[in-house]
Design a protein around this ligand. Structure first.
Ligand SMILES: Cc1ncc(COP(=O)(O)O)c(C=O)c1O
Length: 385
């Protein structure tokens, strides 16, 4: 399967999680859309044409995610989507945002900007580790709610620790209290089945360019209908009408976010090609194989290192695992693994401890994982696998 991707064959690439990797076939679809734009820019950018293209992508994706296509809008990345939702919130001094200690560092910065602008504050809960109980997680989150809580902000799959947070009940409890639920699903789409209807969040931002295999620059934002009028674009352009009418497409919500000056949206238009690629290659079976390889590799490394796993299998990301290592310089270890062993894998500092995060995608082999185990064994002097 490695030959179907465009990755450097010299590198043992175990970091799908950071930026994804796009199959050659899907990348060709991406370039097709770029060429279409260059071929006849005026016809391509005509609002009717763009609206139809966007509608097609939304429909394909909505079928995959269990939601209505008109509640879904294309974005460049999860960061953009979450900034649009969070920085548009009308919070007051003293209002609280409940979140966890596993959030993506860049989103913590967005929350800090929101707090600086509004006087709101973040209440960060500590997720109980190892995460092995949905009840423990939900109780921790719900226990942090106060009468001032306005927002619950959670990662679906956490970046530093690769946990799949069991967030459905926490989301429901929050919504029952009138707390807005915003989910950072940067790693959500494509890593196993994803049903946004079941999660039920008010807003869910997900990347298509990570696990869904789309080219970089393709993401989605899902917003429940009752909140769509309150979602303001970060860029006000042709799609904006003060009165909430829709000049081009299916709704004001969509027009505001889809018509924002001259942009290359080829990555978004290539999302259906990514979905077709997955279907043609029986991707559910591929994910099951990846998941088994993640589990066995994680168990081998944990046995050698002596550090416990961060969660039981059910609360781990299907295709990623974060493993603790002895303390030390993270950047130096990353560079050594790459330079000496040819392995590209993120080494992260989290909670003052050092970890590696292993990603397993369809192109990852048992031999790749063996190489990682051997390299870590050599670096840390682990006697034998
Ligand atoms: C949990 C989480 N949120 C947000 C992001 C940001 O994604 P993007 O750079 O595509 O906006 C990432 C990226 O790895 C992430 O892991």
């Amino acid at each position: 399967m490695r030959d179907l991707f465009l990755l450097d064959p010299e590198v043992c690439f175990l970091n799908h999680g950071s930026y994804g990797a796009c199959p050659a076939e899907v990348f060709a679809a991406y370039q097709h859309w770029q060429r279409q734009l260059e071929w006849q820019p005026v016809a391509f950018m005509a609002p009717k044409h763009l609206a139809a293209l966007n509608r097609g992508v939304r429909q394909a994706l909505a079928a995959e995610l269990g939601v209505a296509p008109e509640d879904l809008v294309g974005m460049v990345n999860a960061t953009e989507a979450l900034n649009i939702v969070l920085l548009g919130l009308d919070l007051k001094p003293g209002d609280e945002i409940v979140t966890t200690d596993h959030e993506y560092a860049a989103m913590d910065k967005t929350l800090a900007v929101l707090c600086a602008r509004t006087g709101a504050r973040v209440r960060q809960v500590t997720v109980p580790l190892p995460l092995a109980s949905e009840t423990a997680f939900t109780d921790t989150v719900v226990g942090a709610f106060t009468p001032r809580t306005r927002v619950l902000f959670l990662s679906h799959i956490t970046s530093p620790t690769a946990l799949r947070l069991p967030l459905e009940r926490a989301v429901a409890e929050a919504r029952a209290r009138g707390i807005l639920t915003v989910i950072d699903g940067a790693h959500g789409p494509g890593q196993g089945a994803l049903d946004l209807g079941t999660i039920g969040a008010d807003a869910y931002a997900g990347n298509c360019h990570k696990w869904l295999l789309a080219p970089k620059g393709a993401a989605l934002l899902h917003v429940r209908p009752e909140h769509q009028a309150g979602i303001l674009p970060r860029v006000f352009s042709h799609g904006w009408e003060q009165d909430g009418s829709a000049p081009f497409g299916d709704s004001a919500f969509l027009d505001r976010l889809e018509f924002q000056g001259t942009r290359d949206r080829a990555a978004w238009f290539a999302v259906p090609a990514a979905l077709e690629f997955r279907q043609a290659h029986d991707w559910d079976a591929v994910i099951a194989g990846c998941s088994a390889l993640v589990t066995s590799t994680a168990e081998r490394i944990a046995a050698l290192s002596g550090y416990p796993l961060l969660s039981s299998v059910e609360f781990r990301a299907p295709q990623m695992v974060t493993l603790e290592l002895p303390p030390g310089d993270t950047a130096a270890l990353h560079d050594r693994l790459l330079d000496e062993f040819g392995i590209e894998i993120p080494v992260v500092d989290w909670a003052g401890r050092r970890f590696v995060r292993l990603s397993v995608q369809g192109y990852t082999t048992q031999a790749d994982c063996d190489r990682l185990v051997a390299a870590l064994g050599a670096v840390f002097g682990w006697s034998k696998d």
